[in-house]
Design a protein around this ligand. Structure first.
Ligand SMILES: [Zn+2]
Ligand SMILES: [Zn+2]
Length: 166
C-alpha cells in the first residue's frame, strides 16, 4: 500500500485508517519466512503540525531451530508508531521508505518492522539440547555411549602419548 504522506501533512484534517493485505512471502527474515499474506492496519492522525502514524500486524513466522534444525513456528506482532512533520519528508536521513513524491511505502515499512521484530536466532524451545556432536542425531534420539568413551582420545597418536604418561 502507498500512502500520500506529503499530501496528508499539508491538507489532512481527519484521521485516516486503512486495513490492507501485504504479501511478504518473498522476503527473507534472517532465514525465516512469512508465508501467508499479512493483514495490517495503518492509521494516520493529524495532530497540530505533526502526523501520528501507527502500523499494526500479526504474522505467523516459519523458521528452523538454530540448534536442532526442527521447523519452528511463532507468532510475531508488529506495533510501530511514528510521528512525522513536513520537514522530515526532505530529510535524507528519514528512516521510513518514502519516494521522491513523498509517498510512504507502507508495505516496505511493515517489512522493515518485521525485520526488527523477528529474532535472528530461532529456537524450538529455550532449552533445546540441540544435536549430538558425535552422531548428529537429536539428543533425545541419540544412542551414543555416555561420556566414558569420550574420555579416550580419538586420535591414535594421542592415545600413545596418554599410555606413556600412565
Ligand atoms: Zn530445537
Ligand atoms: Zn549421539
Amino acid at each position: 500500500m502507498q500512502f500520500d504522506l506529503r499530501k496528508f501533512i499539508v491538507s489532512g484534517t481527519k484521521p485516516y485508517a486503512a486495513e490492507f493485505q501485504c504479501d511478504l512471502s518473498a522476503k527473507d527474515f534472517a532465514g525465516a519466512r512469512i508465508e501467508q499474506p499479512v493483514t495490517a492496519r495503518f492509521e494516520a492522525v493529524p495532530d497540530g503540525e505533526e502526523i501520528r502514524m501507527t502500523l499494526r500486524a500479526n504474522a505467523l513466522v516459519h523458521g528452523e531451530c538454530a540448534r536442532c534444525l526442527d521447523p519452528v513456528e511463532r507468532e510475531e506482532t508488529v506495533q510501530a508508531e511514528w510521528t512525522v512533520r513536513e520537514r522530515d519528508l526532505d530529510d535524507p536521513d528519514f528512516d521510513l521508505p518514502l519516494n521522491e513524491k513523498g509517498h510512504l511505502d507502507v508495505d516496505e515499512w511493515l517489512c522493515q518492522e518485521f525485520m526488527f521484530q523477528i529474532p535472528t536466532v530461532l529456537l524450538c524451545s529455550a532449552d533445546c539440547p540441540g544435536l549430538c556432536p558425535r552422531c548428529g542425531k537429536k539428543m533425545a534420539e541419540c544412542t551414543c555411549p555416555p561420556a566414558e568413551a569420550e574420555a579416550e582420545p580419538a586420535d591414535a597418536r594421542l592415545a600413545i602419548l596418554k599410555s606413556l604418561l600412565n
